[in-house]
Write a protein that binds this ligand. Structure first.
Ligand code: AMP
Ligand code: GLY
Length: 421
C-alpha cells in the first residue's frame, strides 16, 4: 500500500515510524513532514490545510490511505474532502472532529448524556459571560470555544486573571473571531491528570495504554503551559480500576453518544481526564493522537498500526487483535530557548549520532542548505527511552537528551517523577 501522513510534528514522526515497520506498506509520504521524518518517508511540500493540493497529490500518486494526524485539518473537513474525491482517509469527519473543535459542543454533549465533566456555563456574548463570572469565585477556568493551538484555556487563580482572560478571548479576540465567539466558564477541578486515548470505530472502543503529559514548562509544574514537555506510560501509580471506570463512565458512553447524535466517531479519540476525589471527570476530548503522548504509546504497540487503521475504516475493530508490550516508555521534550514564548530558529543541532538507547522523534527541526539539522520550532525533539520500568526508561531518555546539543536547549528534569513518589 501507498500511504500519506498529514502533519509535521513529533506525533507525526512517531506515526510514520510505526507505519514504516508495516510489511504492507511499499511507499510512505508525509506532508509536509520535518527534518527527522525525512529519514523514513518522502516529505512533500504541501501543508495541512491545502486540501486541493493534498487530494490532487493523492490521486497522482495512487495513495491507498491518507492518515490525517493534526486537529486543524480534521476540524476543517479534510477527511470529508478526500472521501468526496474517492480517496480513503483515516480520521474523523468534521461532524465528529467537532468534539475537539468546539468546547461548547463537547460540554453540551456530555451534559445531555450525563457523562462526568466539570460543571460549566457557556456564553456567546461578553456582558452575560462577565456577569456570570462575577457571581463565581476563583480559582475558575475560562476556555475559548474553538481551536487555539492549545492556548485557549486559562486556569485563573484570581478573579482579575479570569476577567482578563475572558476579555482577551471575547473582546480582544486573541484566538481569532471564530474561536473566541463563545466561551466556556467551568469549575476548577483538582487531581492527577491522565491521557486516555482509544481507537474508535463508531461504537467499538479499544483503549490504548494510558499515559500522562506534563504541560507547564518548568519542573514541579511551574510556569506557563506548553504543548507538552514530556510523557510516560504506563502509569504504575494509577490502578487499572480507574482506567476501567473511565472506559465505562466516559469513553464508551461518549462514542455511543456520537453515534446517537448521527456523528459516529471513527479514528483516535483522546480523553483528557482528571482523577478527582469524586471520581474520574472529563477535561477535554481531542479527535486525534496526542503530542507527545503518541511518542510513548506507539513504541509500546506490538500490532501493525496500519492493520488497526484499516480495521477502523472497515468497521471491524472489534475483531482486530491489539497487543501492547510491558515495557515502560518515557519521552523528554527538548525545547528551544524562550519556548513557550518567542524563540529563535535555525540553531544547529549536534550529537544526534551519539544517541545510544532512545528513539528520537523530531518535533520542530529542518535540514538547512548545508544538510545540517537545525531547530525549527518551539518543541524541537522528543527523546523516548524504553526500559523494564519507568526508572530505567527515564535514565535512558535523560542520558540521550544530554548527548544532544543546541544553543539554549532546555527540558524538564522531572518527567515521570509522579510515578515514582
Ligand atoms: P486543555 O488545553 O483543555 O488541555 O487544558 C489545559 C490544561 O488546563 C489541562 O491539562 C488542565 O491541567 C487544565 N484544566 C483544564 N480544565 C480544567 C479544570 N476544569 N480544572 C482544573 N484544571 C483544568
Ligand atoms: N498532549 C496534549 C495534546 O496533544 O493535546
Amino acid at each position: 500500500m501507498r500511504v500519506l501522513v498529514i502533519g509535521r510534528g513529533g506525533r507525526e514522526h512517531a506515526i510514520v515510524w510505526a507505519l514504516s515497520k508495516s510489511p504492507k506498506i511499499s511507499k510512505l509520504f508525509c506532508a509536509p513532514g520535518n527534518g527527522g521524518i525525512a529519514g523514513l518517508a518522502e516529505c512533500v511540500p504541501i501543508t495541512e490545510l491545502q486540501f486541493e493540493e493534498i487530494s490532487t497529490f493523492a490521486k497522482e500518486q495512487a495513495i491507498d490511505l491518507v492518515m490525517v494526524a493534526p486537529d486543524d485539518p480534521l476540524a476543517a473537513g479534510l477527511v470529508d474532502h478526500l472521501e468526496s474525491k474517492g480517496i480513503a482517509a483515516f480520521g474523523p469527519r468534521a461532524n465528529a472532529a467537532i468534539i475537539e473543535g468546539s468546547k461548547v459542543f463537547m460540554k453540551q454533549l456530555l451534559k445531555k448524556y450525563s457523562i462526568p465533566t466539570a460543571a460549566y456555563e457557556s456564553f456567546d456574548a461578553y456582558e452575560p459571560a462577565l456577569a456570570y463570572l462575577r457571581s463565581q469565585t476563583a480559582p475558575i477556568v475560562i476556555k475559548a470555544d474553538g481551536l487555539a493551538a492549545g492556548k485557549g484555556v486559562t486556569v485563573a487563580q484570581t478573579m482579575e486573571e479570569a476577567e482578563a482572560a475572558l476579555k482577551d478571548i471575547m473582546v480582544g479576540q486573541v484566538f481569532g473571531a471564530s474561536a473566541g465567539a463563545s466561551v466556556v466558564i467551568e469549575e476548577f477541578l483538582t487531581g492527577q491528570e491522565m491521557s486516555l486515548l482509544a481507537f474508535v470505530d463508531g461504537s467499538t472502543v479499544r483503549l490504548m495504554v494510558p499515559s500522562q503529559d506534563h504541560k507547564p514548562v518548568f519542573d514541579n509544574d511551574k510556569g506557563p503551559n506548553t504543548g507538552g514537555m514530556g510523557t510516560y506510560s504506563p502509569l504504575p501509580h494509577i490502578p487499572e480500576s480507574i482506567v476501567q471506570e473511565a472506559l465505562v463512565n466516559i469513553v464508551q458512553p461518549t462514542a455511543d453518544a456520537m453515534v446517537a447524535e448521527g456523528r459516529p466517531f471513527k479514528g483516535v479519540l483522546y480523553a483528557g481526564l482528571i482523577l478527582t476525589p469524586n471520581g474520574v471527570k472529563t477535561i477535554e476530548f481531542n479527535a486525534r493522537f496526542g503530542d507527545p503522548e503518541t511518542q510513548v504509546i506507539l513504541p509500546r504497540l506490538k500490532t501493525d498500526l496500519l492493520d488497526i487503521f484499516l480495521a477502523i475504516n472497515n468497521g471491524t475493530l472489534a475483531e482486530q487483535p491489539i497487543e501492547w508490550s510491558d515495557q515502560a516508555a518515557v519521552c523528554v521534550i527538548v525545547a528551544s530557548p524562550g519556548y513557550p514564548g518567542p524563540y529563535p530558529k535555525g540553531l544547529p543541532i549536534t550529537g544526534l549520532d551519539q544517541v545510544q538507547e532512545s528513539l528520537v522523534f523530531h518535533a520542530g527541526t529542518a535540514v538547512d542548505e548545508n544538510g545540517q539539522i537545525v531547530t525549527n520550532g518551539g518543541r524541537v525533539l522528543g527523546i523516548t527511552g524504553l526500559g523494564k520500568d519507568i526508572i530505567e526508561a527515564r535514565q535512558k531518555a535523560y542520558a540521550d537528551a544530554d548527548r544532544i546539543h543546541f544553543e539554549g536547549k532546555h527540558y524538564r528534569t522531572d518527567i515521570a517523577m509522579k510515578a515514582l513518589k
